[in-house]
Design a protein around this ligand. Structure first.
Ligand SMILES: Cc1cc2nc3c(=O)[nH]c(=O)nc-3n(C[C@H](O)[C@H](O)[C@H](O)COP(=O)(O)OP(=O)(O)OC[C@H]3O[C@@H](n4cnc5c(N)ncnc54)[C@H](O)[C@@H]3O)c2cc1C
Ligand SMILES: O=C(O)[C@@H]1CCCCN1
Length: 395
C-alpha cells in the first residue's frame, strides 16, 4: 500500500542542509517530513565522511560574519544532544605573501578581529613541524578553526529532529513535484502534501528542479578525497595538535589545496584538491579522472616531506558548483541559497564545496523562509536571481 500524508513542510534531501532545515522546522513545531532517496546513512552525495573543516578564515566578510553564529549553533547542538561535534585544531593558511587571494584571507581576519597568529619564516617550523613553507609564501593560523565530525553531526541532527517528532523517510526517491498553495510531492513509495517545500538535493538539484521547469547554472564535480600515509606514525596527528590547513595557491596550481590532520584513519592525513571533473551524480563512479591526484602528489613531495607522496586511500565526494554565465567560466565559489518566488511557497537552494560548516545557519534561514518570515541574515550574496538564467518556473 502506498504511503500518504499531510505536513506543514516537506524537505527533500537528508544531507547536512536538509537535515538542519528539518530540525529547525520541527523546533518551531512544524509537522515536517524529510525525504531521502538512499537508505541512511549513505555515501553517494556531499555530506558523508567523518570530517570537515570549520573556520572563520575566508576571503569575504560575510562568510566570516556568518561563522560567528555558526559556531554558536554548532555548540548549541552539542549541548542539546550531549555529543562532541567539533575539535579545535586551528587552520594554517599559506599562500604567496603578495598574492591577492592570500592577502584577502589575511586582511578579512584582521579586519574582523578574529583570533589569529601570523607566522614568519623564522618561527614557522617551531609552530608547524614537518611542513615546508615555500619561499615567498606567508602563513597564519586561524585559531578557532578545527574539525567537524561530519557523519556524527548528521546522525545527531537527524536524531534530534526525530526526537522533536519529525519524520524521516529514507530509500524514497522524489519522482514529481506539483507546486501550488498546497505542494504535492510524489515519491517511489507514496504521495505527500504540504504547505511548503524545501529542496536541498545537492548534486541532484537540477534533476529535481526539472519537475518545476526551473534550471540553475550548476556543475557537479567529483572530488577525489585522498588520504596520505605518515612515514612516522603520528607526526601529523590531531593528538599532536597538527592543524587543518589551506594553501590559497601554490606552485602546483592556482586552486586551493587543503587538508586535515591524521585522525579518522590512524596514520593517514586527508589532503585534497579543491577542483574535480564534471560528473552526473548517478554515474559518479564512471568519472575516473585522476589529474588532481598528480597535482597533490607534487604538492605533498614539496611541502609534506613526512608523507608518502602517493595516496593510501581514495574516496569520492561531489561538489555542486554554481557557474557564471557563460557556462564553463570559473565557478563562483559561494554557497547558494535562495527563495524561488515563482514556485509558490517553495524554496530552492544548493551549495558547493564549503557548505558543511554553514549547515546550522542555512537550516535556520531555510526554515524562516519557508515560514514566510523575514530572513535574519542578509541573503543578497546567495540570490538565485543573480544568475541571469531561466529562473521562472513553467508551472
Ligand atoms: C570532498 C569534500 C570536502 C568538503 N570539505 C568541506 C569542509 O572542509 N568544510 C565545509 O564546511 N564543507 C566542506 N564540503 C562541502 C559540504 O560537505 C557540502 O557543502 C555539504 O555537504 C552539502 O550538503 P547538501 O545537504 O547540500 O547536499 P547532499 O549532502 O548531497 O544532500 C543532498 C541529498 O539529497 C538527496 N536527494 C537528491 N535527490 C533526491 C530525490 N529525488 N529524492 C530524495 N532525495 C534526494 C541525496 O541523496 C542527498 O542525500 C566538502 C565537500 C566535499 C565533497
Ligand atoms: O570548507 C572548507 O573549509 C574547505 C576548504 C577547501 C575546500 C573544501 N572545503
Amino acid at each position: 500500500m502506498s504511503a500518504e500524508g499531510e505536513y506543514d513542510c516537506i524537505v527533500i534531501g537528508a544531507g547536512v542542509q536538509g537535515s538542519f532545515t528539518a530540525y529547525q522546522l520541527a523546533k518551531k513545531n512544524q509537522k515536517t517530513l524529510l525525504l531521502e532517496q538512499f537508505l541512511l546513512p549513505h555515501s553517494r552525495g556531499s555530506s558523508h565522511g567523518q570530517t570537515r573543516i570549520i573556520r572563520k578564515a575566508y576571503d569575504q566578510d560575510f562568510y566570516t560574519h556568518m561563522m560567528e553564529e555558526c559556531y554558536e549553533l554548532w555548540a548549541q547542538l552539542e549541548r542539546e544532544a550531549g555529543v562532541k561535534l567539533y575539535r579545535q585544531t586551528g587552520l594554517l593558511v599559506m599562500g604567496p605573501e603578495n598574492s591577492e587571494s592570500y592577502q584577502l584571507f589575511k586582511v578579512t581576519l584582521q579586519k574582523n578581529k578574529t583570533p589569529m597568529v601570523v607566522l614568519t619564516h623564522d618561527n614557522f617550523s617551531q609552530h608547524i613541524p614537518n611542513v615546508k613553507l615555500a619561499p615567498g609564501d606567508g602563513a597564519f593560523v586561524d585559531i578557532s578553526a578545527g574539525v567537524l565530525y561530519a557523519d556524527r553531526a548528521l546522525r545527531t541532527v537527524q536524531g534530534q529532529f526525530q526526537k522533536l517528532g519529525g519524520v524521516i523517510r529514507d530509500k524514497e526517491t522524489v519522482t514529481n513535484i506539483k507546486p501550488g498553495p498546497v505542494v504535492t510531492v510524489s515519491t517511489s513509495a507514496g504521495v505527500y502534501r504540504a504547505k511548503s517545500l524545501v529542496i536541498t538535493a545537492g548534486p541532484w538539484t537540477n534533476k529535481l528542479l526539472a519537475h518545476t521547469g526551473l534550471q540553475l547554472p550548476l556543475e557537479v564535480v567529483k572530488i577525489n578525497v585522498c588520504y596520505w600515509k605518515e612515514k612516522a606514525p603520528g607526526s601529523y596527528s590531531v593528538k599532536r595538535r597538527f592543524p587543518c590547513f589551506l594553501l590559497t595557491e601554490g606552485e602546483e596550481s592556482k586552486e586551493h589545496i587543503y587538508g586535515l590532520p591524521s585522525n579518522e584513519y590512524p596514520g593517514l592525513v586527508k589532503i585534497c584538491y579543491h577542483m574535480g571533473s564534471e560528473t552526473d551524480p548517478d554515474q559518479r563512479d564512471k568519472q575516473t579522472d585522476k589529474s588532481d591526484i598528480e597535482i597533490l602528489g607534487q604538492f605533498v613531495t614539496r611541502c609534506f616531506p613526512g608523507l608518502v607522496p602517493e595516496p593510501a586511500v581514495v574516496e569520492s565526494c561531489m561538489y555542486t558548483w554554481s557557474l557564471r554565465r557563460p557556462l564553463k567560466q570559473p565557478p563562483i565559489v559561494h554557497i547558494m541559497n535562495d527563495y524561488q518566488p515563482y514556485l509558490s511557497q517553495s524554496e530552492a537552494r544548493t551549495n558547493c564545496g564549503h557548505g558543511f560548516k554553514f549547515g546550522p545557519v542555512i537550516g535556520k534561514l531555510l526554515c524562516e523562509l519557508s515560514l514566510g518570515e523575514m530572513p535574519s541574515n542578509d541573503l543578497s550574496p546567495f540570490r538565485i536571481r543573480r544568475f541571469h538564467t531561466k529562473t521562472k518556473s513553467a508551472l
